[in-house]
Ligand binder design. Sequence first.
Ligand code: UFG
Length: 328
Amino acid sequence: MRVLVTGGAGYVGSHTVYALLEAGHQVWVLDNLSRGHAEAIPSNLLTVGDIHDVPLVVELLRRHRIEAILHFAAFALVGESVQHPERYYENNLRGGLALLQAMLQADVRKMVFSSTCAVYGVPTHSPISENAPTNPINPYGRSKLAFEWALADLAHSGQIGYAALRYFNAAGARPDGTLGEDHDPETHLIPLVLQTALGLRPYVEIFGTDYNTPDGTCIRDYVHVDDLANAHVRALERLHVGQAIVCNLGIGRGYSVREVIAACQEVTGRRFVVREAARRAGDPPRLVAEPTYALQVLGWQPRYRDIANIVETAWRWHRSHPQGFRSQ
Ligand code: UFG
């Protein structure tokens, strides 16, 4: 298929660009590079521009006869979303609505949307199925859920088909070490631990050791970025107009912060300082996906199921790119 990937220079977006190319699709990327990296993707695919720019998007969609959009362009920092909710509604919601407007004008009728488990907030049950109530506790999660509602209404009206893929904790890197995670600021656990192992940070902090979990630290479902990319390709290939697919993407098993740090110590073979610190505001104790619907609707199963294997791929990237894409 001929597809446009918004935010294709970002972390999950760029891995998906390669998965799409490998599956034989024709890919164009729109990214304003506010958070993404031009180095992450082949330069001939990239148009530097913004999803808010409806005339530009319509022109791209028409010129390349695009059949579907994979929409990743968004801000994704929970803490920042609490400080600056306006940025999140502007970019994630209004930007998304502008993209929908352009899509309808250009008669493109399919979208695969990068959503998040943050739409569930603090779940009452674990693992979390797609039927769990959505009750996001921060502007990031609310901005993503609000856009899901717009997609659902457009699908219901028969104008589009969409898949909203709610990822749990995206982690890891392309196994050949050429592509990986590079956020500024970095807030995610695995890259922070690996940067500490490299000596780029003096210590790593465990945010909260008094949770009601076996070792007192938060539990998350870490899913490999290439597995996420593969799920996007599957969603694209299965989707038809009028359809609404809402699907969790996780491995269905959780690891605690202490277990992740132990895996990083084992994989890197390095010793580093670990400090116990206060809880981080807004962190639910346990977020684990019930992954069976993804198998049913997308035929998707994660290939990476062990945290050490995920960390190994991330370590290859961080070791060869200690400054991220600036190391190239
Ligand atoms: N953590 C630490 N120390 C750190 C960084 C993180 O202990 O230095 C802990 C966090 O408290 C959390 C776990 O490690 O318990 C994972 O934290 P991340 O920041 O890596 O990931 P989150 O679970 O906070 O965030 C992920 C996605 C978000 C999404 C959120 C939903 O990255 O996009 O899940 O809650 F919104």
